[in-house]
Ligand binder design. Structure first.
Ligand code: TXA
Ligand code: MG
Length: 349
């Protein structure tokens, strides 16, 4: 298959291309599109054949369910059994980087939900994503547009590395603003029938922010901990190894000065690549470095993480070092991605 690349920064100047891309989705084809989190690999969310095409292009096991993307939070009713808590979340955070899991309606095929009777719904804020969903006239099922096991793509060049020749169109909309995938919550009911949230994947909508809308937000154990062998995860995606670079990634935990001294010694002893804070770049100059942002600037670290992991993978380093992120605020989202990329390898310095 020949993959076409459309560059679209302003949807109002790309009506023809968006119409063509929407038609491709309606015909069962695949279109990669930018969102504010990461690029998505999209197909018609009501078409089982499109879902099969997505799994094949990504090399993803088909029991790992897809998120359906809608243009307006109200459209969720067509695909899921919504409730007042959904609309409270929508009012606070949509359009934006939040995905909500609810019971699915029949219109969503089981091939999209990996056989589950729930469906994940998200309304992205990226104008190109919004315009594409409108042009398609259906919901768009889309996982992150990487080959399974690779870091999620935050630039069109990453998508080309993974999916060139496997999709009909890639829409290049530049760099993704947030750089980590959406926060995922599932709406559940307690014994009294009161709704509450279970946080399945942390993202830019933080636990604290969710707690402002819903008094009870539980955090699934797999978010920050290693699941025991044979323990069943609450979200199928949690059981797969994610974002794994070829060289082992080791996360360093310790006092800033001690970690820096450790890194300098390692640089002298072996081929390593360091995902460093900007303020460490001078002290570590000479070795392979990928600056990921200032120590206190978690938003920039989030935005750069996946590109940095791809870059580190392309070096000849035998080991990759990075700092262990904090577990609060946006830090929890970084922690969740990095601890899995590192297969839970943390070195206390
Ligand atoms: O930011 C994002 O969410 C991006 C962009 C493209 O929107 N999408 C994304 O999709 O990250 P994906 O497929 O890479 O991750 C979706 C995760 C998977 O771990 C999957 O297991 C989980 O959501 N998931 C989807 N539907 C679910 C369901 N019904 N129940 C539990 N987990 C579900
Ligand atoms: Mg993914």
């Amino acid at each position: 298959m020949k993959t076409q690349v459309f560059t679209i920064n302003d949807p109002s100047e790309a009506a023809e291309q968006l119409k063509a891309a929407g038609q491709i989705i309606r015909n069962g084809g695949l279109v990669v599109f930018p969102t504010e989190t990461v690029y998505g690999l999209g197909g018609d969310g009501t078409n089982p054949d499109a879902a099969a095409g997505i799994y094949a292009a990504k090399g993803r096991p088909s029991d790992n369910p897809l998120i359906i993307h809608i243009a307006d939070p109200e459209d969720a009713d067509a695909y899921a059994y919504t409730c007042p808590l959904y609309f409270a979340l929508a009012k606070a955070f949509m359009p934006g980087p939040l995905t909500v899991i609810m019971p699915k309606r029949d219109r969503v095929p089981f091939s999209v939900t990996g056989g589950l009777d729930s469906v994940a719904v998200r309304c992205p804020s990226h104008p190109v994503a919004n315009a594409l969903i409108r042009a398609a006239g259906t919901c768009i099922a889309a996982p992150s547009a990487n080959t399974s096991g690779k870091p999620s793509p935050t630039e069109a060049s990453h998508v080309l590395q993974d999916l060139n020749g496997k999709v009909d169109v890639i829409i290049d909309g530049g760099e993704c603003e947030i750089g980590l995938e959406s926060t995922i919550v599932k709406i559940l009911q307690d014994d009294q029938g009161q709704p509450y949230l279970l946080l399945l994947r942390p993202g830019a909508i933080t636990h604290d922010a969710l707690c402002c809308v819903c008094p009870r937000v539980d955090i699934a154990p797999a978010v920050a901990e290693r699941l025991a062998e044979n323990e069943r995860p609450l979200s199928p995606g949690m059981k797969y190894r994610h974002y794994a670079p070829t060289a082992p990634l080791v996360l360093l935990d310790g006092d800033a000065a001690d970690v820096l001294a450790f890194l300098r010694a390692e640089q002298a002893a072996k081929k390593c690549c360091v995902l460093c804070f900007d303020e460490e770049a001078d002290a570590l100059a000479g070795g392979q470095l990928i600056p990921v942002g200032a120590r206190d600037d978690l938003a920039t670290q989030a935005k750069r993480l996946f590109a940095a992991l791809r870059e580190a993978d392309a070096t000849d380093a035998e080991i990759i070092y990075a700092h262990l992120p904090p577990k609060d605020g946006l830090g929890l989202a970084l922690y969740n991605r990095m601890i899995r990329a590192a297969a839970h390898t943390v070195l206390k310095i």
